[in-house]
Design a protein around this ligand. Structure first.
Ligand SMILES: C[S@@+](CC[C@H](N)C(=O)[O-])C[C@H]1O[C@@H](n2cnc3c(N)ncnc32)[C@H](O)[C@@H]1O
Length: 248
């Protein structure tokens, strides 16, 4: 599947994309938490991507709770669907007077003019259930009646993937200082993009989203503002022998 790499500020580049042409936005914007030269929140990007996202599509955004609170007004026009916690093996905090920070969050949004029921989703499973039998008593009518339930799970059987995912970070072997591991991007992408669909990452860094998309038969559009990071992304993509195009 093709990976299209575009170097530029996403807010400019997105104006060239057609309305409602993208199935999924999966992105990891600058959190504005470090002194790295690119780490400044690009104001207005959520509004720019909203136009190009299909009403059946959704958007995953990596960040921290602090970032989402600071930028909450940027998500006008979006409804929040759920959040997933990425638990890392190492800490990323810069201070020693708080808990050692070993997680980041990914929040899924969909357009506020869409219905959640119509948004594409393919629940993800793991095969690590332990055998047990669960009996649940019915709920009375005034709480929304539910009949008695009785179900069994089997050793090694399927169960819904958990909202907290432990994945080792790629420190020491990454092309980008805040590179996301493929293992955390993969379940989000598979859950929320149809096979053969178009996935957009508007703050693409080293191109993790594109690699995962390509491995799973999705086309991707990767936008990255920093030419040096685009060069690193292209090295990474070519090492993986992926097909990519760089428009003139
Ligand atoms: C947190 S990093 C993304 C890392 C990426 N997830 C990976 O796995 O490598 C955010 C990226 O957004 C880029 N960026 C910042 N402002 C941008 C803008 N206005 N348009 C496009 N990219 C931008 C930065 O240069 C940086 O590489």
């Amino acid at each position: 599947m093709s990976i299209q790499v575009i170097c530029g500020d996403c807010r400019d580049v997105l104006s060239d994309l057609e309305d409602e042409s993208v199935d999924l936005v999966l992105t990891d914007p600058p959190y504005g938490a470090t002194k790295l030269r690119w780490d400044r929140w690009p104001r207005g990007w959520p509004a720019s991507v909203r136009r190009v996202l299909k009403k059946t599509g959704s958007m995953w955004v990596f960040g921290t709770l602090k970032m989402f609170l600071e930028q909450h007004d940027e998500f006008d026009g979006w409804c929040m669907a759920q959040d997933v916690v990425w638990e890392k093996h190492n800490g990323s905090g810069f201070v020693n007077d708080r808990f050692r920070r070993v997680h980041e969050t990914a929040v899924q949004f969909y357009r506020s003019d869409a219905r959640w029921a119509d948004v594409y989703k393919m629940p993800q499973f793991t095969n690590d259930a332990s055998a047990r039998r669960i009996r649940r008593r019915g709920r009375p009518a005034h709480l929304g009646e539910i009949g008695d339930q009785d179900y069994k799970t089997f050793e090694g059987g399927p169960r819904l993937m958990r909202s907290v995912q432990y994945v080792r970070s790629e420190h020491g072997q990454a092309f980008h200082p805040t590179q996301k591991p493929m293992g955390i991007v993969e379940p989000l992408l598979l859950y929320s993009s149809p096979p053969g669909g178009i996935v957009l990452d508007c703050c693409a860094g080293s191109g993790t989203t594109g690699i995962v998309a390509s491995r799973h038969g999705r086309t991707s559009i990767l936008i990255e503002a920093d030419p040096e990071i685009v060069a690193a992304m292209q090295r990474r993509l070519s090492q993986d022998h992926f097909k990519f195009e760089v428009p003139a």
